[in-house]
Design a protein around this ligand. Structure first.
Ligand SMILES: [Zn+2]
Length: 375
């Protein structure tokens, strides 16, 4: 059952206010000043699913993938103001092995969806943009959907208008009548799951059970359509091997099974780091040297373990840019700005780098000991 409305604009007033602010800062030249201040910053874009949303006939995830036309429009604008570089080159500049060149940006994808190679890579090629794709090896091995995608599909199929449930210590009321309600509720559910301070295995089990309950109601399971699903289907090892022949596509590890490493015990962290690295190296025949923290969850000990495990660098979901001398195992990233106006895109990139990161650090009491955010 596909419900109406995923493409409706967000809160119109909020958008208009943002636009007014953008034009104000634009008119006083703030964007160009920030761009000048940020000239030696190395940015890393963080993307997830990329789809041709017009072709998504069966269903569209509530965690809606980026539309390929939006990606192309954003990259086109970015390409006029930045030069795309590989993560290798970014790390070389950050560690001082190469001189920093102004306005450089790298592109990364999390989770290893098939649509990243099918839709995003051809677009990146147009702009000579290399990419790093972070894969979750157990899900790749067994072609198993992530719990959040399975639950997303189950929620949309179940036909229930509302639901009350408990996740750990959180009691949640889900409203599921309209697309917007489902999106809000699903976000609430995922956030509640991620904020639970007990190991990921418990959370994953609880979420899989919830999905199973919903699937029993609708008799529809994401697993049944997963192999050919454009939205949530994962790359197979054959596809990864094929793609890795392209020198501009590098595969990194996103753990064995998408565990929140900031909450895992050291033995589990070691297993997640080592096993995923080994699997990627075995299947691609190439060294796996980059790691991406699942759910953005890490702490100092985890970051140190990543560095000792043979990785060269690791990316987080902490928003912001990186400077020469930045810690290579806690690299910050930014969501690609969605806009058709070049000033707005530049403003969002530089605004995030200058303003959003300190704000996030202030409101996150646990940072840098523990930080959980994003995917
Ligand atoms: Zn992820």
């Amino acid at each position: 059952m596909l419900r109406e409305g995923p493409f409706e604009p967000r809160n119109f007033k909020q958008k208009r206010m943002k636009r007014i602010l953008y034009y104000f800062f634009q008119s006083i030249g703030a964007v160009w000043l920030l761009r000048l201040l940020d000239r030696n910053a190395v940015s890393i874009l963080m993307l997830h699913g990329i789809m041709d949303l017009d072709k998504a006939k069966e269903w569209i995830p509530l965690r809606t993938p980026f539309d390929c036309r939006q990606l192309e429009a954003s990259l086109k604008i970015l390409s006029k103001f930045f030069q795309f570089i590989s993560l290798d080159e970014a790390v070389d500049m950050l560690c001082g092995r190469k001189a920093i060149k102004p306005h450089r940006i790298a592109v990364s994808f999390d989770d290893g969806y098939r649509n990243q190679v099918k839709y995003a890579i051809p677009i990146l090629k147009k702009f000579k943009a290399p990419a790093t794709i972070f894969i979750v090896t157990e899900n790749t091995n067994y072609q198993k959907p992530f719990w959040f995608d399975r639950l997303d599909y189950a929620i949309q199929q179940c036909g229930t208008d509302k639901m009350d449930l408990s996740i750990g210590t959180a009691n949640i009321k889900l409203q599921l009548q309209t697309w917007e309600e489902m999106q809000r509720s699903f976000k609430l559910l995922r956030t509640a799951a991620k904020m639970q301070e007990f190991p990921e295995s418990g959370i994953q089990q609880q979420m899989e059970l919830l999905a199973e309950r919903l699937e029993e109601k609708s008799h529809k399971r994401l697993a049944d359509i997963f192999e050919s699903d454009e939205c949530t289907g994962l790359l197979t090892w054959d596809e990864i091997r094929q793609a890795s022949k392209d020198k501009d596509i590098v595969f990194g590890s996103h753990s064995v099974n998408h565990q929140r490493l900031g909450l895992a015990d050291p033995a589990e962290v070691q297993y997640q780091l080592e096993e995923s690295k080994k699997a990627i190296e075995l299947h691609t025949g190439l060294e796996c040297i980059y790691f991406c923290y699942p759910n953005g969850s890490f702490n100092r000990q985890v970051a140190e373990m990543v560095s000792k495990c043979g990785y060269r660098a690791a990316v987080t979901t902490l928003p912001g840019c990186n400077q020469k001398g930045s810690d290579l195992f806690t690299l910050k990233r930014i969501h690609p700005p969605l806009d058709e106006n070049r000033h707005n895109i530049l403003w969002q990139i530089h605004q995030i780098q200058r303003l959003k990161n300190p704000m996030k650090m202030l409101i996150s009491r646990q940072y840098p000991i523990e930080f959980i955010q994003g995917d």
